[in-house]
Every structure is written in structure tokens, then in C-alpha cells.
Ligand binder design. Sequence first.
Ligand code: HAM
Length: 421
Amino acid sequence: MTQYQAPKGVSEYFPPRSLAFEWVRETLVAPAKLAGYNLLELPIFEDTELFTRGVGASTDVVSKEMYTFEDRGGRSITLRPEGTVGALRAIIEHNLDRASLPVKIWYAGAFFRAERPQAGRYRQFYSVGIEAVGSDDPALDAEVISIAYEGFKNLGLKKFRLEITSLGDRQSRAAHRIDLLKYISTLDLDESTKERVKLNPLRIFDDKRPQVRLQMQEAPKLLDYLSDESRVHFETVQKYLQALHIEFEINPRMVRGLDYYTGTTFEFVHDLLGAQSGIGGGGRYDGLMEEIGGQPLTGIGFGLGIDRALLAVEAEGLQPSTPTHSDLYLIALGEMAKVQALITAQNVKSEGISVEIAFGEKVLKNAMKRADKNGAPFVVILGDSELSTGSVELKEMKTGTTFSVTLSSLPQALRQALDGR
Ligand code: HAM
């Protein structure tokens, strides 16, 4: 028989690790919800042109990494490589930006990039994102950065750094572009690099090849070309971050892999992850709403890598704070007892207590072994005698103590026992 395998380079999570994955995702989303960001559930695929226009043709994401196909109606469709342009498309299409501003939304899910797979780099990966559209207040930049920061902190991570820079406004970039192109024209570069430079000269700062890096050492930096307005904005953001006690380094050479960034731009880097150390990043995008047909509103957001945040959690030896077992393990011996077990489990769950039933066990010894393995702190055995008396022994596994309780009071007794631990 054929042995099927998952496609190359995708990340998959199954128990028990999927519990840690879920905890990472919820922990990263929580600070956004607390700050008034609401869920935007987006399609996994969009018209290809949306990404080509929005993300930018000079990027690796668009030029090499999109999963693009023709659907049955002959339309060019692409699996979303990132969340921002889809989020803005939805905001424009549903007029969310015609209500009070900024529009603040969060999303989480799978994204697709046909990259060369390696540790921490997948072809299907998972991100949590937020976008705040319609305000250029520098306090919003600080809020967005602090939401990401709080998420990583709440995971217990310590070995991460925040790098920030400003890519300035249109005026700043135009002045810098002239000098940068002049500088680049003196360099020894291959043809394909020259082509990329024509589309977006900033991309060359992102080139990892040593011979290019060496030549770029003296290149003019955008930070030195900021207009007064951009400079004041950037300085104000820094002041707010300092007030929040969020440490950061300024990295004037930072180039993000997507073309839409302007102004404040940032990345969170984890020190134990090797080459794929970026656990999150984002920034402002001044012209993007207009680029994809919306009104001229600025916005700012981030994407946090759930896969990489989980790797970072594991690299730092941290444990999820959610238990990997149920509160109660319920063993039913005999056919009659099974019916009662199902009913009892229903009652226990209605109290918000988690319960697992031992299915298919005929012998008590085996059931107890499984109870031990399960790790549930409490066990109840339901057999003929329990059914006839209507009372059960609630056993605390750690101490071996048993309490006699009626079936009808079991949920309350369990609640008390759990709270008292
Ligand atoms: P991004 O930096 O391209 O930003 O992706 C966000 C995060 O997703 C990265 O920091 C990284 O942790 C994770 N990531 C990216 N590619 C992979 C991969 N192949 N495998 C595993 N993890 C990966 C964005 O996508 C922007 N939309 C963020 C944003 C929102 N900017 C403004 N608003």
C-alpha cells in the first residue's frame, strides 16, 4: 500500500506538542485582544495580483515563493504568503475604514512560501498578526510593538531582542534613493542583482552574500536621510518604548522581506534559533491602502511566527502553562457502568472540569495502569457496586487518598478538591 507523507517542508503539530503550539498561539494573541483588536478571519487564497501589487515584485516572496495556480474558472489564485494585504483588502472591501479609526484587527493561521525548507523555515507556517489602520500617531507604533513584546514575555522568553529602524516617508526615501543608486552604480554586481536593484535598491541591504555585504559597508543609510517629520516620529516612538521599559537596538541596515514598509519598522530576533532567528516583525505601510485601491490611510502591524516562537520556547527549556492531561480519569467496568460513565462525564464537563473515559478496558488492573499514564490527578472507578449504591470513591492519585461521594455530587466534590490542591 502507498505510504503517504505530508508535502515537503510543511510544519505539522500533533499531541503532545500541539498543546504547546496552541498555548503559544493563544499567548501571542491575548495581548492584542486586551488592547481592543478584534478577529478578522481571512481567506487562505486571494487573487494573485493583490500580492504582486501589495507585497511588491522585487521581493523574494513574490518573485520566487508564491504558490500560484489557475482555478477552474481560469483565475490566477495564490495561497497567502502573508496576512497584511489580505487584511487591508478585506478592510477596504467591507468599508471597515469608514467607521471609527484606527481599525484594529488580529488574525492567526497558515501562510505559504515556497522557500528552501530548513529548521524554522517551512513552506506552510503559522503566524499571528495584527493591523491597525487609519492613525499615524507614534503612540500606536509603540502599542503595536508592545503587544508583540508582551506576547513573547508572557511565553517566558528571555533571550530575544527587539531591533527597530525607520524607513522614513516618501521624501526621505527619495533623497536617500538618489545617493544609494549613485553608490550602487560603482559596485561590482552581477546582472540579476542589478535588475533587483532597479526595482527596489533597498533590497541590496538584505543580500547575505559576503562579497555584496563587504561592498555595502559604506553605503548611505536611510536613517541619515529622514525628513524632519519622520525623524520626530521615530524619536517619539523611541521615547514611548523607553517609557514602557522595552529595550531596543537601532538597526539602520534592517530591510524587511516585503516592499510595503515605510516609517517605523521592527524585528524581534531570538538568540538561540540560528539562521532563522526572526520570531516576529512588522512596521508601518504608508502607501499600501492606496496601492490596493483604498483611501490614503496609513497603518501599522506585525506578524509573529508561531512555529519559531515554539522553537524558541523549547530552546529556552520553557514549559507551557496549560496541563497536558485531564482533571479526571473515569474508568467504567461493564456495560451498565459505561452508560453511567457517559452521563457522569457530561455532568462533570458542565462544571468546566475536564474528564477522560477509559474506553474498551475490561480489566481494572489495565485501566489503573492507563490512569497512571494519563496523568490525571483524580480517578473514579464505576462498577456494579457503585451503580447500585449511587456512590463512588474519588481517588487522588498523588496521595492515594480516597473520598466517598455520591454520583450526583461528584462535580462539586471534584471542583472543591481541584481548588484545594
Ligand atoms: P514576515 O516577517 O514576513 O512579516 O513574517 C512574520 C513572521 O513569520 C516572521 O517574523 C517569522 O517569524 C515567520 N515566518 C516567515 N516566514 C516563515 C517561514 N517560511 N517559516 C516559518 N516562519 C516564518 C509579515 O508577514 C508581515 N505581514 C508582518 C506585518 C504585518 N507587517 C505589517 N503588518
